[in-house]
Design a protein around this ligand. Structure first.
Ligand code: ATP
Ligand code: MG
Length: 426
């Protein structure tokens, strides 16, 4: 088989790694990929096409007679890449544009959850500043309140307002200063949920589904969950707070009604569904859906999949998802993100990176690249999050120690990482 993976982060590096391990795969193309996928060699090859160049991607898939395309990132889904490929008869993993609204429109996903009685925070949607302002000034709301741009904002569109003044500032930022452009045309104001977050990834063909191990991300930049929100500074799996009992509730109260609800409404959901949860005393509620795998959780969830990843994906397009093995290693995994100093605010790029040879092969742990590039043969930094270092272990403790052992050996000017990834799960 020849497969194409679309995206350029550590998530896509992990997808390439999982695809290349499959015996049935001969070639893995990744568009555009990154410095790390460019170094993989063997079956893996970067293709210089952007994730948003849909027509070019389709031509590439047709010209090279590709068997399967896997969409890593959300933008092409929102633009309708799945609809485009399917119309052309090309197999692709992901939701249609209409189904991807579970992620691309928070106003849609909140209303959907309400229609189907899926547990989530109470909310209101606003389409202009005056209405939102009146709501904030007149309602007897409790703080914190969570204020979100409805559209895609690359993980930056959420304000947690601690008081009325902060809430009004958020409304001004969204509607008047339009800091997220059209993505802020609709704004969701919702109740603050207490508890601990975890995420569950589902692979589905619209009816049948299979579950990956639950994971926990670390969104804040600083140790002890302090400082600004980031794209994610590390993750581990399985997340111990998602007990079998909690998982059963997630399936019954969230996953099943989501899939049947989407099918009933005429937009069956296919591909990967990311369910972001808040778990409070064993009761899950949905914080958000994403229409693809999450980063950095993918970097722990995929290495824990024991059975053939591509065989499962193929079964999901063939309608035989319930007939393939979908087995997990009885192990733990941790991934630690190494970022450029200053991230998530201003940071510099172009710093030379040193990785000792013993860690450049994937045998001693997995170094997934995010923001790297090759500058005349030298690996340099090219983004905020630079690497995601994953290790497996018999226990969570062992996987954490192994990951940090590698992290400490990777160096570039200003490298930053959290030192407490996975501690919550111990
Ligand atoms: N109702 C809520 N109560 C408490 N915290 C919340 C709530 N909604 C969002 N958050 C916090 O804000 C984060 C981001 O919110 P959300 O996942 O909705 O935004 P997003 O921009 O879609 O994120 P992502 O980039 O992960 O897709 C959550 O992971 C959570 O930490
Ligand atoms: Mg999201």
């Amino acid at each position: 088989m020849k497969v194409l993976i679309i995206g350029s982060g550590a998530r896509e590096h992990a997808l390439c790694w999982a695809a290349a391990r499959s015996e049935r795969v001969k070639t893995v193309f990744v568009a555009p990929g990154n410095g790390g996928t460019g170094l993989m060699g063997g079956k893996v090859q970067n293709v210089p096409l952007k994730a948003t160049e849909l027509d070019e991607l389709l031509h590439f898939a047709e010209d090279n007679a590709l068997d399967l395309t896997i969409v890593g990132s959300e933008q092409p889904l929102e633009l309708g890449i799945v609809d485009l490929f399917r119309r052309a008869g090309k197999k692709i993993i992901g939701p249609t544009q209409a189904a991807a609204r579970l992620e691309s429109s928070k106003a849609f996903s909140k209303a959907f959850m309400k229609r189907h009685e899926i547990p989530t925070a109470g909310y209101h949607v606003f389409r202009d500043a005056p209405a939102a302002t009146i709501f904030i000034e007149q309602s007897q709301t409790f703080y914190p309140q969570v204020i979100k741009a409805s559209g895609l904002c690359a993980g930056k569109g959420v304000f947690i307002a601690l008081n009325r003044e902060e809430a009004l500032t958020a409304i001004k930022n969204l509607f008047e200063d339009r800091i997220f452009g059209d993505a802020g045309d609709e704004v969701v104001i919702e109740e603050f949920l207490h508890g601990q977050e975890a995420s569950v990834f589902v692979l589905t063909d619209g009816i049948r589904y299979r579950l990956f191990l639950p994971a926990q991300d670390h969104k804040r930049i600083g140790d002890g969950d302090t400082g600004k929100n980031t794209g994610g500074m590390g993750a581990y799996a399985p997340a111990t707070l998602v007990t079998p009992e909690v998982m059963r509730k997630v399936e019954e109260l969230v996953i099943k009604p989501t899939l049947t609800g989407m099918a009933e409404e005429g937009s069956p959901y296919t591909g990967f569904l990311y369910v972001g949860l808040m778990i409070d005393r064993g009761e899950p509620s949905v914080v958000e859906y994403n229409a693809r795998l999450g980063d950095p959780e993918t970097q722990v969830v995929l290495p824990l999949l024991k059975s053939d990843f591509i065989a499962a994906l193929q079964a999901s397009v063939d309608g035989t998802l319930d007939q393939v093995p979908f087995e997990m290693h009885q192990k733990s995994a941790a991934t630690v993100v190494i970022a450029s100093g200053g991230y998530p605010d201003h940071y510099e790029t172009g710093k030379s990176i040193i990785i000792p040879d013993e860690f450049t092969s994937m045998d001693n742990g997995m170094i997934f690249h995010a923001g790297t590039a090759s500058d005349r043969g030298q690996l340099v930094t090219a983004g905020g999050r630079v690497f995601s270092v994953t290790a497996l272990g018999e226990t969570l403790r062992e996987s954490i120690d192994r990951a940090y052992h590698i992290v400490e050996k990777i160096s570039f000017d200003g490298a930053y990482y959290r030192t407490d990834i996975g501690a919550k799960g111990l």
